[in-house]
Design a protein around this ligand. Structure first.
Ligand code: 3HC
Ligand code: NAI
Length: 689
């Protein structure tokens, strides 16, 4: 039984128990309809408390049903039947009341929430709009501007904020259920509040709408759901309840079957599956209760902050006392930044900082469970660090390297107990970026690998297993992005056009703007190392810019010019001249946005296919997660290879071959041609089953 009814005097307590998150499956909707009728007919009941068992209140509609035709009873009917009941229903909210869950709560006469609860309408994150009256009832309760924020942004708010907005009637510190029953007893003595469907909506003027439409469109970057949700709220504010709910439902059903919604659902399930790869099922991770980071520079400090945010005590090891101070200051700055942005209080920041011990003495690591190395990207320096760790740490302590481009197998050579050595590749800033590439070496044991995934879960990161090659999954694809971007410059496109096209595709930034922000010197350094290895990296313009000191915003100019205290990129005559010189003798063509995006994205697909063929990534979805969480690839496109599948693999092969015939890309690789014939990517994981 998913729904049970118990009685506390005249109060009926309806408890939903539909693990894992009490999602509103068809069966649950049916049961709720029946329960409403039963309780309406029960003369001994004066009010109803709606509560949930398990970790959360109703977390929304059942996302698994979205790919299938909707089956009645539909959620709007369930919400309406609760709202129209003669007896007041009181939602007792713990965990999260999300999407359809919050819509059910809005059908209730009152909402009582645990202090730790959160409430939200995250539908836009799944490419849809609320489908059971959320856009129509919420603005009637909390006003249009607050409803616009919650619905178009999709982020949940805490119970305290919800109380301030009038979304919940009471916040409960302790026993939620008994407080909700007491609230219900009192409420049953009072006249019912007017149902939200009968309330008027506070007016807002046209200026509000035009301003908000612009702001939402700018933030959505090609994602359609936020603007469609805004249109629903606008309809709610301008038309009657029934017209607005019909409009909302129509929009919901339209988007539910859309390509963007399918892509976002793909990402939703991929993210949840990421930390439990099937090949590690049953492998117990090692316990991690303490951690250390070697090197307190950009990455080390960020990793320390991420570990502290997750509650682990951390030792930070640097080269000498002065470097220890600098490292600790770097960590301190990160926490101060979080305080400034309102993410944590000053007290919390102080507590996090007090859990970091800075030292230059490896002796402090004698009892540490996990050590992450983030020193200079230099094989000799890293090997020396691991030689010291070999001596200083317990034999079962996990030792990890955060190297970006070096071969972890070479770094770990000669290490005592090499089965405990692994690559953990964080992305900058490490306390913010969600991606963690987990790189097993030839000797890493399964339980150490499993610990990498468990660590990611603890840190709230998305783990992706990557094999060893130059750049692992993400940076290897990034190299192709950059090469293609330069090829475009040599054949008639400008940095402004390339960056604009990639933003139009949905990226937060184009490749040239991004390099100016991070600095051109890092990639130049890697190219130098590659040349020393006998490779021939292609970056004629980038190399020339670095040679004349244009390494990005930090040098006041890179691919663009910058003015003092103004980070807006301006086209540069110097760069145009360098491009013209490098392009001399090459054939030029006109590039529109779509052609530019194709010339960059499709070669990335080609490279990702090779990465799959070589087993560097085990699944196409892993590439999707890497691109979304490490490089800002638009989530609503589902990631690089989901996009490729939707776009059509045969078409991609044809475009690549056309580009290749002009020397503008590599031809499609065999794996991509095979995938085009099969209609899917053949991956090591899929052949394993
Ligand atoms: N439908 C189906 N399954 C769901 C689900 C949903 N709405 N929400 C979560 N799940 C599943 C997950 O896939 C996962 O399954 P798995 O264990 O088999 O992988 C399991 O529940 C646990 O999920 P999490 O790992 O995310 O658990 P957490 O405890 O970390 O988080 C949560 C719980 C905050 C509820 C989080 O799961 C979440 O944010 N869920 C999505 C909620 C959502 O988007 N709701 C809106 C749905 S759309 C809607 O309601 C339309 C309506 O307007 C008509
Ligand atoms: P950084 O130069 O900012 O910091 C390196 C730190 O290591 C310095 O503080 C230095 O004092 C310290 N250090 C050097 N030798 C040491 C030793 N023997 N013992 C203790 N500390 C020592 O470098 P950054 O950018 O933090 O990079 C660190 C590592 O992370 C590199 O391997 C890099 O490739 C990798 N990485 C960098 C990313 C980035 O975006 N910067 C992204 C992902 C990985």
């Amino acid at each position: 039984m998913t729904v049970t009814i118990t009685h506390e005097g005249t109060i009926a307590v309806v408890t939903i128990d539909n693990p894992p998150v009490n999602a509103l499956s068809q069966a649950l909707r049916q049961e709720l309809m029946e329960v409403v009728s039963t309780l309406e007919a029960d003369a001994t009941v004066s009010a109803v408390v709606l509560a949930c068992a398990g970790r959360t209140f109703i977390a929304g509609a059942d996302v698994n049903e979205f790919g299938k035709p909707p089956v009645p009873p539909h959620l709007p009917e369930v919400v309406a039947s609760i709202e129209n009941a003669k007896k007041p229903w009181i939602a007792a909210i713990h965990g999260s009341a999300l999407g359809g869950g919050l819509e059910v709560a809005l059908g209730c006469a009152y909402r009582v929430a645990a202090a730790s609860a959160s409430l939200g309408l995250p539908e836009v994150k799944l490419g849809i709009v609320p489908g059971a009256g959320g856009t129509v009832r919420l603005p009637r309760l909390i006003g249009v501007p607050a409803a616009v924020d919650m619905i178009t942004g999709g982020s949940a708010i805490g119970a305290g904020k919800a109380k301030g907005l009038g979304l919940v009637d009471a916040v409960v510190e302790r026993d939620l259920l008994s407080a909700a029953v007491a609230f219900a007893q009192e409420a049953s003595q009072r006249p019912r509040p007017q149902p939200l469907s009968e309330r008027s909506i506070p007016m807002v003027d046209d200026v509000f709408w035009s301003h908000t439409e612009k702001a939402v469109a700018a933030k959505a970057r090609g994602e359609v759901a936020p603007l469609r949700a805004l249109a629903c709220i606008r309809m709610a504010s301008e038309a009657d309840f029934f017209t607005a709910t019909a409009f909302e439902r129509e929009t919901f059903l339209d988007l539910r079957g859309s390509v963007q919604a399918a892509a976002l659902r793909h990402v939703f399930f991929a993210e949840r599956a990421a930390s439990r790869p099937p090949e590690l099922a049953g492998v117990a991770p090692r316990d991690i209760h303490s951690a250390a980071v070697i090197g307190g520079g950009t990455m080390g400090a960020g990793i320390v902050a991420a570990l502290r945010d997750a509650g682990l005590p951390v030792v930070l090891v640097e080269r000498d006392p002065a470097a220890v101070e600098r490292g600790l200051a770097n960590v301190g700055q990160i926490f101060e930044g979080s305080v400034k942005r309102g993410r944590i209080t000053a007290d919390v920041a102080a507590k996090r900082m007090s859990g970091v011990i800075g030292t230059a003495d490896y002796g402090a690591l004698a009892d540490t469970d996990l050590v992450i190395e983030a020193v200079f990207e230099d094989l000799t320096v890293k090997r020396a660090v691991f030689a010291q760790l070999s001596k200083a740490c317990r034999a079962d302590a996990i030792l990890a390297t955060n190297t970006s481009y070096l071969d972890p197998d070479e770094i770990g050579e000669g290490l005592a107990q090499p089965e405990r050595f692994i690559g953990l590749h964080f992305f900058s800033p490490a306390h913010v970026m969600k991606l963690l590439e987990i790189v097993p070496t030839g000797t890493t044991s399964p339980d150490v690998l499993a610990t990498g995934f468990a660590l990611a879960r603890l840190l709230g990161k998305i783990p992706v297993r990557a094999g060893i090659c130059d750049g692992f999954i993400g940076n290897r694809i990034l190299k192709v992005t950059r090469v293609q971007a330069e090829r475009l410059l040599l054949s008639g496109a400008t940095p402004t056009a390339v960056d604009g096209a990639m933003r139009a595709f949905g990226l937060p930034m184009g490749p040239f703007e991004a390099q100016d922000l991070g600095g051109l010197d890092i990639a130049a350094f890697q190219r130098k190392a590659a040349r020393e290895r006998g490779e021939m990296p292609f970056a004629p313009v980038g190399d020339r810019l670095v040679s004349i000191g244009r390494i990005g915003q930090k040098s006041n100019g890179g691919w663009y010019d910058y003015q003092l205290d103004d980070r807006r990129p301006r086209p540069s005559h110097t760069v145009a001249a360098v491009i013209a010189e490098a392009a001399a003798g090459r054939s030029q063509q006109a590039w529109d946005k779509t052609a530019i995006a194709d010339a960059i994205i499709l070669p990335m697909v080609n490279e990702a296919t090779r990465i799959l063929e070589e087993g560097i990534a085990l699944r196409a979805v892993d590439v999707d997660l890497v691109k979304i969480h490490g490089y800002g690839f638009p989530r609503w496109r589902g990631g690089l290879l989901h996009y490729a599948s939707v776009r059509g693999l045969s078409e991609i092969v044809a475009v690549l071959d056309r580009l290749a015939s002009k020397g503008l890309a590599d031809p499609a690789c065999d794996g991509l041609r095979l995938a085009a014939r099969l209609g899917r990517f053949a991956t090591p994981a899929s052949s394993v089953g």
